[in-house]
Every structure is written in structure tokens, then in C-alpha cells.
Design a protein around this ligand. Structure first.
Ligand code: BEZ
Ligand code: MG
Length: 574
């Protein structure tokens, strides 16, 4: 830290740093894989129950416990404390106090039950027993259901062709009604998407997203590209669909049966900002499950493009008009307003993940081209997946920011290769078409304060809370062979972000090498459990260096090369 900072500036930076540490510490992470049929033990439940109790749940009559504690302590609402905690030492202290009372109350609940936990909150934070009881009743039900597993029984019954009772598919924090597990997961009715709750939850996320972009770029983005997945919208009943509608500035219209059948523009006066032009990249799963929703999104774009509004407040209209005026191919209204793209019917995925993980590319533009080739099929109206490569390229050439909603704590951006193939892939395609890598954002709709992070920030957070966190990797290593494979996947998926977006700091690779390869004891454990994945892991680090993603110390590279050669000999039985 530079020594010529004013004391105020220094204090502010220390507070910011401390807040980031809190964020890392409090993040819910999986500490091992799910073993089919096995139930969690008590100490594994504290963080989960704490998170479940941290949201208002009117459907169960529960108010968020952090809020009740904050109010009980005379500190006002919890959200205002979080909002201020990176600027004020008092707010930060209060935040920690509330979190610590909450944790103690959950531990009391697990040890001595609901009545004891309610009494604890009454004594320590002045929370009335009436207010706390519905939350602990919910936690009791969740706690009981977590103790039982019918997964193996259900599987055996399913194999005998017997009836398995249905249950919703969702994230456990979003919807604790997914318990007990071992039921036949059902999706949602596409006509119910977005649900009224998803619609309400999407508004602050979109607001935070646009404000974040504006604060760093001086204005709202005119065009964004957004990734929409099927599972995500099942779990959240359409939160990212709702976010797309909010960006365009339209609201769902429901019929008498409460089905979403059309959209209505939100008046600009009410919206208070321009309508953002939006290119939608839709997964094959979304396309299969939400056909009517694809039509709705396409209708929303065309409805906005046709509004008689000033172009500086309606970027969809501005761009559609420009394209029409430019003449030539692709300049009819419908062509110029094509924004909903997915794979050809029957196809899934971008294949960008395979290209990168199999090291099958030399020039970055191959990644961009593959993405567009796979995803350039237009949907909505009666398009039914008509190939529209030039229209997609033109739409992408205007994109200034890309975005995807993160809906679960269980699967993050380096757990699977799909985030980098989609969000990384579309960002690479934008870079090729526009000449500039876009700003890349992710939301974190599972933190109570609907956070927006840049991709760089999200990669750092994932690296610190998972890949380099002993709690995470030791949890994985309990699974031996499979655990090493999971660690290797994280590192390869991190590499996937370098390949598509260059969003990985150098220290990430330095620390990965130090933790997993340069530490003799750790390296020996990895080799003993799974020499194949260890070989891939070391090879991936060398590839990161070779491709210029990692500016590695030459001595470290030498060590990696020796380890790699040794592993090769081991695998070949030399
Ligand atoms: C989806 O739910 O749409 C999805 C799932 C896995 C990979 C990509 C997309
Ligand atoms: Mg870099």
C-alpha cells in the first residue's frame, strides 16, 4: 500500500479489504461431493440453515433472522448495515455482531431445539418469540428432512417400475420444499414463467447491474448479451427471464388463468432509464423446455423496437432503425430485430469447452467462430431455429457488456465447463465482432443483497473460496480418485476463463502451482489417489504458461516439467 495515502483513505481501504475477507469467509461452499443416499451431519448443517434463515419467506410466515436481530438490537434494517459495511467501521462491527448472534442461535437450535433458540434470540437480541418461532419451525422441518434419505429406496423402487412421488426441482435455499430428496423432480409450467416472485427479485438485480456498469463506464450499456439456461430458470421460476424483460423495460402480461401470454412496455417515466438492447444466447435445454418463453422474449424485443420513443431512451429502436436504414440484406424490421439465438434443433452446447479442454485451437478467432456457428439459430415468431449467422454477428458487434445470472451456491463458474463455454464463448464472439472484449458481469442472487460482480472478481472469489481453500480441496480429497479429478476440473475450467476472457490473475496460477504441485506432500497424495488427473493438472499449468495466460517463474516451470515427465513415466509404467 502506498505510504502517501491520507489516514481516511487508508482506513477506507482497510475496511474494504476487511469486507472482502468477510465475503470470502461467509461464502457457502460444498465441502465434498454428495454421496448418493448419505445424509449430512450436524456440523455441516449450520451454514446451510443459517443461509435458509437469512431470507424473508412470506409463504412460511418467516422473516429473515438477520433483519429481526438487527431491528431487535435497535440497529435498523440489516440491508442498510450491509450497504454501509465497506464504508463504516461501526456498520462492519454491527454486521459481525448480527452474524455471530445468528450463528450462535443456529448452533443452539441444533443442540437444544427451537424453544431454546428462540429464547436465546430473545435474551441476546430482543427478538420476540412470536417473530422467531416460524423460522425455527421451518428449520426444524428442514433439519428433520435432512436426517432422512430415501434416495436409495426411491432408486430401487424406480428400477422396479414403481411410482415415485414428484417434487419440485430447485436450489435448497431458494426453495426448501425440494426436501426430502429422492423424489421425481419436476420442472415448471413455462406459462408460469416468470413467476411474480421471480419478477420482483429480478428488479434490484438489473438495477444493480446497470448502475455498476454506469458507475464504471459513465453511461448505461446500449447493448448487452445475456446467457439463459433451462435449469436456472426451472430452479428460480424464471429469474433470468425476468431480468431480460426488465433490461428491455417490459413487464409480463397475465391472462385470467394467470398464464404469461404477452408483455407490456413499462412507461419510460416509470422505468427511469433507457431500454437496453439485448442479444440472448439460449441453451438447448432452455429451448426444449421453454418454447413459449422464447416466443415471449422475441415478442418483447419487437414490441420495444416498435415503440414511438426517442432513440436515446430506447436502444433497441435505435439499433433496429440503424440496421433498417443501412439497407441490404438483414434490413427488414423482423430481421433487424432478431435477438433470440440458440442451437439448431436437436443440438446442445457451444463445443467451446471441448475445443479448449482438448487444446484444439491456435487463434482466438476459432473460439469466437465456433460459438457463433453453434448458436446462430434464431427462434421466436415462426423462425423455429432458422440459421441466421450474419444477423447474430451483427447483433453481437454492438454488445458492450455480457451477463449471466448465478442461481446456486452448489455450482459455480469453475465447477463446470459450461459457464466458460457460454459466458466466456459469447464474450469472445463479441470481442471478435466488435473488436473489444466486453465488460463481463455475473449476479449472485443468493446473497441477501443481490450482488453484481465482474467476471474477474468472481474468478478471484471462486479461487479463494474453492480451488485454494483447504476446506474445499480437503473435502474433495476425502473422495480420493474422484476428488483429484474435481480439483483438476477446477484448474482446467479456470484455464477456460483465461482462454475465453483473460479474466484470471497471474497469482491464481502461481498459487495453484504452489498448493498442488510444488508442495511435495500434497503432490504425493494427488499422485497416489489419481495419477491421471494429476498428470492433466500439471499439463494444464504448463499449457497456461505456454499460451501466455501465466507469466510463470522459470524455476517453477522447470519444476513442473520435471514433475510432468515423472508422471508420464509413472503412467507408462517406466
Ligand atoms: C441448462 O440448464 O440450460 C444447461 C445445463 C447445463 C449446461 C448448459 C446449460
Ligand atoms: Mg491476464
Amino acid at each position: 500500500m502506498s505510504s502517501n495515502l491520507s489516514p481516511e483513505e487508508r482506513d477506507r481501504r482497510v475496511l474494504e479489504l476487511y469486507e472482502q475477507l468477510l465475503e470470502v469467509e461467509q461464502r457457502l461452499i460444498p465441502t465434498g461431493l454428495h454421496v448418493f443416499g448419505q445424509v449430512p451431519v450436524d456440523h455441516e448443517k449450520v451454514d446451510l440453515l443459517k443461509m435458509i434463515a437469512s431470507f424473508d419467506r412470506p409463504e412460511y410466515g418467516c422473516r429473515a433472522l438477520p433483519d429481526l436481530i438487527a431491528v431487535g438490537l435497535g440497529l435498523g434494517g440489516y440491508k442498510s448495515i450491509i450497504d454501509k459495511s465497506n464504508q463504516s467501521a461501526d456498520a462492519l462491527q454491527n454486521r459481525e455482531k448480527i452474524e455471530s448472534i445468528l450463528r450462535d442461535s443456529i448452533e443452539t437450535f441444533l443442540k437444544n431445539g427451537s424453544a431454546a433458540a428462540s429464547e436465546f434470540l430473545l435474551k441476546t437480541a430482543n427478538v420476540s418469540v412470536d417473530d422467531a418461532t416460524p423460522s425455527f419451525a421451518l428449520l426444524s422441518r428442514v433439519g428433520e428432512q435432512l436426517k432422512k434419505s430415501q434416495e436409495l429406496d426411491s432408486l430401487a423402487r424406480a428400477l422396479r417400475g414403481e411410482y415415485i412421488e414428484p417434487g419440485p426441482g430447485a436450489d435448497i435455499i431458494q426453495n426448501p420444499d425440494i426436501l426430502p430428496t429422492g423424489r421425481n423432480t419436476h420442472a415448471v409450467n413455462p406459462y408460469a414463467v416468470p413467476s411474480p416472485l421471480a419478477w420482483r427479485r429480478a428488479e434490484p438485480v438489473v438495477k444493480a447491474l446497470l448502475e455498476r456498469h454506469k458507475s464504471e463506464n459513465g453511461r448505461y450499456p446500449e447493448t448487452m448479451a445475456m446467457v439463459l439456461w433451462g435449469m436456472d430458470n426451472i430452479k428460480t421460476q424464471g429469474e433470468s427471464v425476468a431480468q431480460a424483460l426488465w433490461l428491455l423495460g417490459v413487464k409480463p402480461r397475465r391472462d385470467q388463468m394467470n398464464r404469461v401470454v404477452d408483455v407490456d412496455p413499462i412507461p419510460l417515466k416509470e422505468l427511469g432509464r433507457p431500454r437496453v438492447d439485448l442479444v440472448m444466447t439460449i441453451s438447448g435445454i432452455f429451448r426444449d423446455l421453454f418454447g413459449t418463453t422464447m416466443d415471449l422474449l422475441d415478442r418483447a424485443v419487437r414490441c420495444v423496437a416498435a415503440l414511438d420513443e426517442p432513440e436515446e431512451m430506447n436502444f433497441v429502436r435505435r439499433h433496429v432503425n440503424e440496421q433498417i436504414r443501412s439497407g441490404g440484406t438483414g434490413s427488414s424490421f423482423d430481421e433487424a430485430a432478431t435477438r433470440v439465438f440458440s442451437n439448431a434443433a436437436g443440438n446442445y452446447g457451444t463445443n467451446v469447452n471441448f475445443m479448449i479442454l482438448d487444446s484444439q485451437w491456435e487463434d482466438d478467432s476459432a473460439i469466437a467462430d465456433l460459438f457463433v456457428t453453434r448458436k446462430c439459430f434464431a427462434y421466436g415468431r415462426n423462425l423455429n431455429g432458422k440459421e441466421a449467422k450474419a444477423l447474430m454477428q451483427r447483433a453481437l458487434s454492438r454488445v458492450e457488456a455480457t451477463y449471466q445470472n448465478l442461481d446456486t451456491t452448489e455450482i459455480g463458474i469453475t465447477d463446470v465447463d459450461h459457464y466458460f463455454e457460454y459466458l466466456g464463448g459469447v464474450s469472445k464472439a463479441v470481442e471478435k465482432q466488435s473488436g473489444v472484449l466486453p465488460q463481463i458481469y455475473l449476479s449472485d442472487t443468493l446473497s441477501p443483497d443481490a450482488k453484481i460482480r465482474t467476471l474477474d472478481e468472481t474468478v478471484r472469489l471462486e479461487t479463494r473460496t474453492k480451488t485454494l481453500n483447504p476446506k474445499w480441496y480437503e473435502g474433495m480429497l476425502k473422495h480420493g480418485f474422484r476428488g483429484v479429478a474435481e480439483i483438476e476440473h477446477h484448474i482446467s475450467n479456470t484455464f477456460g476463463w483465461s482462454a475465453t476472457t483473460d479474466a484470471v490473475d497471474n497469482w491464481v496460477y502461481d498459487e495453484i502451482a504452489k498448493t498442488f504441485v510444488l508442495d511435495d506432500e500434497m503432490l504425493q497424495r494427488l499422485r497416489d489417489y489419481n495419477p491421471h488427473s494429476t498428470h492433466s493438472l500439471v499439463g494444464r499449468l504448463l499449457e497456461a504458461k505456454g499460451r501466455g495466460f501465466w507469466d510463470a517463474d522459470e524455476r517453477v516451470v522447470e519444476q513442473l516439467k520435471n514433475v510432468f515427465a515423472g508422471l508420464e513415466d509413472q503412467l507408462e509404467g517406466v
